[in-house]
Ligand binder design. Sequence first.
Ligand code: GLA
Length: 794
Amino acid sequence: MHFCHRKRTILALFFSTLGIAGCGGGNSSTSASGAAMSAAAVAAAAAASPEQPPSILPQGQLTALLSGPKTAQTPTMGWSSWNPLGLAISQSILEAQADALKKNYLSSGYNLIAIDDGWYHDRDQTTFAINADTRTISGFPGPRFPTTSLRPLVDYIHAKGIKAGIYTDLGRNTCAQQQDSKAQEVDNTVPAPNNQVGSLGHEVSDMTLFFDTWDFDYIKIDGCGVEGYDTPPPPPPYQFLANYTEAQAMAQYQTLDAAIAGTNKYKNGSVVINATGMWGGRNVRNWGKSIANQWRTHGDIHNTWSGIMGPYNSSVGREFYAGPGHWNDMDQLEIGVKNGDFEGVNDTQLTAATAHMSLWSILASPLILGHDLTSTTAAAKAILPILTNAEVIAVNQDVAGNQATRVSTGAAGDVLVKALNTQGKVAVVFFNPNTTQQTLSVTWSQLRFAPGSSASVRDLWQHTDIAGGSSSVAGATGPSYSVAVPPQSAQMYIFSGTHILASSSPGSRYLSEMPAWINVAQADPSWGTPVADKNIHGNPIQINGTPFNYGIASVATNLQVALNKQFSRFDAQIGIDDNVGAGRGSVRFMVYGDGKLLYDSNSATPGNGPVRQGMGPYPVSLDVSGVNTLELIQDPADGSTSYDEGIWANAKLTALSSTQEGETLTGAVAASCSSCSNGAYGSQISNKRPATSAMLLLPSSASSATLVVKYLSAETRSLRVTIGSNPAITVNAPPTETSWGQNIVGTLTIPFVISPQDSTTGAVRVKFDSPPVSGTATVTNGWAPDIDVISITP
Ligand code: GLA
């Protein structure tokens, strides 16, 4: 795959147009050996290509993430009418689906009935409102919708405790109007412009109608009015906007977003936006998160093995684009869909359905049911436990929001690994797409478990502990674990073990295992996506002869990392991957924290020039406490991105913690105290001094915990405490001693709720200051007690 060494070849452009990660999975034929570069060669190369001013600049904050309501923090779960019913929808049919969802699926988390294409009839040319189709047509017992308003249907769905979704198009007409214009549900006698039910030009009135008048909660925005499938185009009166550019498509999504943002529903924080209409094209992976909560990575899914492999292959490897609030949408599930490979009529199909569910779940795709929920066939009953498997769904809905990384792929199949929110807990799918049984393995290194450590292994489909987990079953020990995987099937496990960083720095993580923390703010799409733990060709990372198990490989990127002030250090080893060949590439690595330059590789290299193959690896070790957004920049120093295959090897974040007695809290002024338990007051706070804070580790898998504060005070004083995302509270600290210097430590216990935001990083910031001299504080002298030790207990 040599094309990846050059910028923007025709082939790379072709792949990027299709939305395929063109540079992520190929084999490099360039030798990695003997690539070290002499100092003279370095100097010569530097002279040949002078360094340019940086072209990739820090943004100072997380960019391209949806501002406003934080919806879809975990992947959407629900049902859509398109796969099972197509255009054959009506109010009573949709109500029956809502009834069935409530009966069988709602308690498992599927909480959305999304109406797809085919609900409209025409657009009123006075009010510009869209009328639902009230005609009575063949096969429907009465009018399709009793009124031109969908509000009665939405009310019915809401009354069941279910959310309701609507469908529109970026352009003037929907996909069905364009492609199924002869279907009876599409009235092709309606003349233009009345037939223009797509939202182009009616953005504000449509979004107000959908969200505030009709009370919908979710919108799917298709793109047939932009894309135009038919050649030649369908005859008048149907119109479409063929060949929008990427910028035009993005701009139209932004116009719709602005209209959605004006609705009360959005302001109340409950709108989920599904941008379907790029089908993975026009580099939507780069900008989808700025306009939607989820975007399709591929064309429409089909109910065959080959029909699900397109969506699978277009999403796997794109983990750096997904995370809470923004997901790669692999399209709705084909499980239970009639006459397909996943219907569930026999064991082969049930096995296939299990594999389909495993893949969608571990890749953090929205889980949108695609079958007729009212079906009572044996197959419909047989697929129910697959679709409602709570252990599998929990992997999909894990609050950390990581999309699995494919740690290995080959003739035998794929192994997908997803770090869960709790350090040391990893979900794994072993997927065998072949027609013969295969053995697939995962290594302790891929699981990020300490070498030789013991782990427990739980089978999520059998609901059994197959190693460890219960006292009667011995734990599995590395270096690897192998599984026999029957033909066209997947096994799904959770491994619970000792994270390789747990003993040295609890709560710390390699960046490549937490793709949800990363926002790819800038990347040249012709190079494909950043890659976890491999070079951009999918081969092992090696910098100047040194191999690395972990890291992120990318070209000409700004990778933004959401630290939220929850980490103390960033460490990495930087360099160019050896596969490019001797002395090639030229990259200036820079790290910014909240817009401030923290590291520049020019300060490490000979001649203060760019990093080239054969140099380094150079260590980067930075204090990042207090930093919200870290930006890892690989600037193409000589202006060209050729061979700029930079690696942030072993990039890791160290969690802040201050659970040990004797540690001085960040920002605190320590006062000497010979009789204190640790020889010094940890912190002496007053309103004359800055607030003081510390990071504490949270207990794993708990929703609440208790903060314990040990303190000294000669009088009653008040302390204001802010724990993570909780509101500040003021507590009164009774006197602990009669005179200063006596070591009679007082204890305050403060129960608190752990928000998903805090639990994602496994640590929480606790901030102390003195309360204002009024309010609930009983002491108003502005002094707080002297804090000695703080800790968190479950
Ligand atoms: C497109 C979308 C599908 C579905 C149909 C409806 O093909 O990708 O998911 O909404 O339109 O016509």
